[in-house]
Design a protein around this ligand. Structure first.
Ligand code: ADP
Ligand code: MG
Length: 404
């Protein structure tokens, strides 16, 4: 049994008013949408609720209007693209009223104006939650990417209405559970990216949960430097040497093997295919060189590690992948992970803004078991934090509130 309720647990919902929290915070430039990923993610839940005859009231935020009405952040421009993705009509309401709701036909879909126009939303004001809940019969949270915030529409409503995870939320929670909740062992984690300081909590959480911790990117330089390697001009947080040492000691004690590159790709300038480009052993980096990628020999060894593992969680590129050829290690290891996933020997879960971009660049995002686009919420989950929006859904299981 899942630790949260899903749309399968809602029972008969014909004519019921369902408040659905979605993530419609789509990238927009000059009134045009550049990417409909989030709209497509909202589709399964909205379509299903509508097909089952509910009155579907879609709650979502857009931008940061800070509790004030500001038409620059209106959700109205999202209505037409959402209708196009759904292939059915979508209405729009400035505010929810009992009369407005009563006038809706069963199966109607209506987007409600930006939840953050209300000053109570981000304060998780219980009065606002109560008032909003009184207008609906059930609450569905389908926005994992907003679940690290305790706001009225992401958390508060779950305390006043029977609450259920939407299909996208369910998929995300299932994937995260499979990756770190109760993963099949051995488990590997790849943690890369620019800085150790931004991922300290991730490293600390992972080292007690995974068998192999693969450190790449700029972060690896800090660990190498802590081990006495001269990393030249590389991005490196020398002031974190002691922290890096502590992490390595704690990982050792926890039985987690830390993998650092032993060969690297270096250059004197960060540019595409620079003349100074070369591959060398980590002990041979010159004072005027920068480490910009993990070397080919290390990547091969890392691929062998993945072949022995059954679960992989990945956040952060292994190198400065935006510029060729410093994408090579990330692309190669991502392809190995994708191939192992396709063969059925590996469950692979990845997330993070640049990580998703890197996997798309490698052409393998679709071959991973799950790629999270949730950004901040994904990282907080990697840090082992309780996400308030998810915790509120979990409280529903076995609680009186669920006995509707
Ligand atoms: P995510 O967004 O997936 O969480 P991060 O933001 O932590 O990932 O890291 C991505 C950034 O790290 C990229 O901009 C990449 O260029 C940078 N990076 C990776 N390796 C290096 C390196 N060796 N030196 C400098 N920057 C690096
Ligand atoms: Mg990033």
């Amino acid at each position: 049994m899942k630790p949260f309720k899903t749309l399968d647990d809602m029972g008969e919902i014909t004519g019921k008013v369902v408040l659905v929290r979605e993530d419609l915070n789509v990238p927009m430039q000059d009134g045009a949408f550049s990417d409909d990923t989030r709209l497509r993610a909202a589709m399964p839940t909205i379509s299903e609720l509508s097909d089952r005859g509910a009155k579907v009231l879609v709650l979502a935020h857009f931008g940061r209007p800070k509790g004030e009405v500001n038409m620059k952040y209106s959700l109205e421009p999202v209505v037409a693209p959402l209708a196009a993705v759904l292939g059915r009509p979508v209405g729009f309401m400035m505010r929810l009223t009992p009369d407005g709701i009563a006038a809706l036909a069963n199966g109607a879909i209506v987007v409600i104006e930006n939840s953050r126009f209300a000053p109570g939303e981000e304060k998780n004001d219980p009065e606002m939650a109560k008032a909003l809940a009184s207008l609906g019969d059930m609450y569905v949270n389908d926005a994992f990417s907003a679940a690290h915030r305790a706001h009225v529409t992401t958390e508060g409503l779950a305390h006043h209405l029977p609450a259920f995870a939407g299909r996208s939320m369910e998929k995300e929670l299932d994937a995260l559970q499979a990756a770190l909740g109760s993963p099949v062992k051995p488990v590997a984690a790849v943690v890369g990216g620019a800085k150790v300081s931004s991922k300290l909590d991730v490293l600390t959480h992972l080292m007690t949960r995974v068998d192999h911790l693969i450190i790449g990117g700029g972060m690896a330089n800090t660990f190498l430097a802590a081990r006495g390697v001269d990393v030249g001009k590389s991005l490196c947080e020398h002031d974190l040497a002691e922290t890096a040492e502590k992490i390595m000691d704690a990982a050792d004690a926890a039985g987690c093997t830390i993998h650092l590159p032993y060969d690297v790709v270096v250059a004197k300038e960060f540019a595409a295919n620079p003349p100074s480009l070369r591959t060398c052993n980590v002990h041979e980096v010159a004072p005027d060189e920068m480490i910009l990628d993990v070397g080919p020999a290390a990547v091969e060894a890392l691929a062998d590690v993945l072949k022995t593992c059954r679960t992989l969680v990945w956040n952060g590129p292994l190198g400065a992948f935006e510029m060729a050829p410093f994408d090579a290690a990330t692309v190669a290891l991502a392809r190995t992970a994708a191939a192992l996933t396709k063969e059925g020997s590996l469950v692979s879960v990845a997330g993070g803004g640049d990580t998703v971009a890197a996997l798309n660049h490698a052409g393998v995002a679709a071959d991973f078991s799950f790629v999270s686009t949730a950004g901040g919420a994904f990282l907080e989950w990697m840090e082992g934090k309780d996400l308030p929006g998810v915790a509120a859904l979990m409280q529903q299981v076995g609680s009186a509130a669920a006995a509707h």
